[in-house]
Design a protein around this ligand. Structure first.
Ligand code: ADP
Length: 277
């Protein structure tokens, strides 16, 4: 199934509207790791997909199929084995300021306040003076709903709040693209739902391109404008699903028939091995 869809995607690398230029082009991307015993683990690919500017692409697939690997390759954090990733026509070679990354754990520095964590990238890269950096940090904290918490230390913030700080920090350099790797996976169910609504709002307001990895099918459908479904390792394109739901999504949508149709359609890929929840 994966390889057919893969061929289809390669044969029509567009998968875009006629007038939509590809913003990120992933072509024949593969990643293999060397295992401890010296063998080779093929983790991902080949994967080809074009991603549009301001798209919210969610990536779903069974555990170990290479979702994090795909994100790390996009972030320029690891080297690919085969294929190419181009952003605005330029090959991605290493991390870049135009891409913000949010991981499952917020990884905040405990001795720095929320605002000091958000402004850290500007300090490290020396890109803004102190005042500009502080102003921008405060605006970002307000955008993620934490205006009143800028002076708090991470241990004074809930898990959801810490993840909001991490999102604000990832936006510090005004990246065009945000890569998110199961960012809400460690949160309780209700906080996670609220964060999903928030991230949709932020996406609509900030005009970012978001690529969001999850192993939850409902989360992938709720958030995505498209869902990239990966097969078991080495992850290949099983299907790319256009999600035609209201742009303003509220939590009510998850009980609708049309939402259920999408989740069933995606789950179908995994029923045989039960590899996905
Ligand atoms: P997912 O995010 O879908 O759970 P990963 O991208 O983390 O999957 O991993 C894909 C496969 O690659 C897994 O089998 C994993 O064990 C393997 N893998 C990931 N990172 C490494 C590494 N640094 N060295 C060796 N194998 C790795």
């Amino acid at each position: 199934m994966g390889s057919d869809a893969q061929k289809h995607e390669s044969a029509h690398p567009a998968t875009l509207g006629k007038d939509d230029p590809a913003f990120i082009q992933i072509d024949g991307l593969e990643k293999s790791y060397r295992s401890r015993d010296g063998g080779i683990v093929r983790a991902l690919g080949p994967v080809s997909i074009n991603i549009r500017k301001r798209e919210f692409l969610t990536v779903v697939g069974p555990s170990g199929c290479g979702k994090s690997t795909l994100l790390k390759l996009l972030a320029g954090l690891i080297e690919r084995s085969e294929g190419s990733i181009r952003m605005n026509g330029k090959e991605i070679q290493g991390p870049q300021l135009d891409i913000g990354v949010v991981f499952q754990s917020p990884v905040l520095l405990p001795w720095r306040t929320a605002i000091e964590n958000v402004t850290l990238p500007a300090e490290i890269h020396n890109t803004l003076d102190r005042k500009a950096s502080n102003d921008r940090g405060l605006a970002l904290l307000s955008m993620v709903g934490l205006s009143d918490f800028h002076g708090k230390y991470p241990n004074e913030l809930s898990g959801g709040m810490q993840q909001r700080v991490a999102i604000a920090r990832a936006l510090m350099h005004e990246p065009s693209t945000l890569l998110m790797d199961e960012p809400f996976g460690a949160l309780d169910a209700m906080t996670r739902e609220n964060m999903n609504v928030e991230i949709r709002r932020l996406w609509a307001e900030a005009g970012k391109t978001i690529i969001f990895v999850t192993h939850s099918i409902p989360e992938a459908v709720f958030l995505g404008t498209r869902v990239l479904v990966l097969s078991s390792r080495p992850g290949q394109v099983a299907e790319i699903v256009d999600v035609d739901l209201d742009k303003r999504r509220t939590l009510d949508i998850v009980t609708s028939d049309v939402f259920g149709n999408y989740t069933r359609r995606i789950r179908r890929h995994f029923n045989s091995n039960g590899a996905i929840e």
